[in-house]
Design a protein around this ligand. Structure first.
Ligand code: 1PX
Length: 212
């Protein structure tokens, strides 16, 4: 993936993350998130505390995948199965990462919740339902904010106000002029939705949606 963010590359990574049998490849999932981090970084340093947290979570997943038990981290499904069977979901001493108390499942859960925010936010932008700051904060209050303490919610609220207006925001996506960017966004939302739904159903089935 190039240094410059392109929305299309992010969509491609998330699309590629899903196999025909709806297994979700963790490598492509992480790649999709890396692209999102590039956009976040291009929005300026007020978003730095958010991108730092995402980078941190991605590096946990990458180290699990590259570790001695990495084969179990090929897909979301194999990760869930492995961590459940080995009693690792709630942390514990994970030999795969050396990161005590941090499971792949709880780490990915944080990104999964953020994906819901992204799906709502981008859906709103693509349908022109308001300005990016307004839509961002609406999407946040409908999703992620329930999982965040007051201090994070207020920092996030301050950062949202720094988002650019619609047209400059659309141009930052590197997906052409605003009308083309809107089209690309419209294509992104169902892809994110599918990834979200598959994860949500799997986590719900195994009662993993509230991992500490
Ligand atoms: C296509 C272009 C769209 C823009 C792409 C931007 C992608 C942004 C993704 C935001 C991801 C946020 C992940 C948050 C994960 C999380 O919930 N972490 C918290 C809990 O972690 P823990 O390990 O302690 O259980 C952690 O406390 C969070 C810290 C950072 C603050 C998170 C604020 C989230 C605001 C989400 C909206 C981002 C606004 C970006 C503007 C475009």
């Amino acid at each position: 993936m190039s240094e410059q963010f392109s929305l299309q590359e992010v969509i491609d990574s998330f699309r590629l993350s899903l196999s025909d049998s709806k297994e979700l490849s963790l490598d492509h999932y992480v790649e999709g998130w890396r692209g999102l981090v590039k956009l976040l970084n291009s929005l300026g340093s007020v978003f730095g505390f958010i991108s730092k947290d995402v980078v941190n979570k991605l590096s946990i997943l990458v180290s699990l995948r590259g570790g001695p038990e990495g084969a179990h981290y090929l897909s979301l499904q194999s990760m869930v199965q492995y961590e459940l069977q080995s009693g690792l979901v709630e942390g514990g001493d994970n030999p795969a990462s050396g990161t005590r108390g941090v499971s792949g499942c709880r780490t990915l859960l944080r990104l999964h919740r953020a994906l819901r925010w992204l799906q709502l936010f981008l859906g709103g932008v693509s349908r022109d339902e308001g300005t990016p700051p307004t839509l961002c904060s609406l999407a946040y209050s409908q999703s992620l904010s329930q999982h965040h303490p007051w201090v994070i919610r207020s920092a996030a609220g301050l950062a949202f106000r720094m988002l650019p207006p619609r047209d400059p925001f659309l141009r930052m996506l590197n997906a052409g002029e605003p009308p083309q960017a809107v089209e690309v966004l419209g294509g992104a939302v169902p892809v994110l939705g599918e990834v979200y739904t598959i994860t949500e159903e799997l986590y719900s089935k195994h009662d993993l949606l509230h991992l500490p």
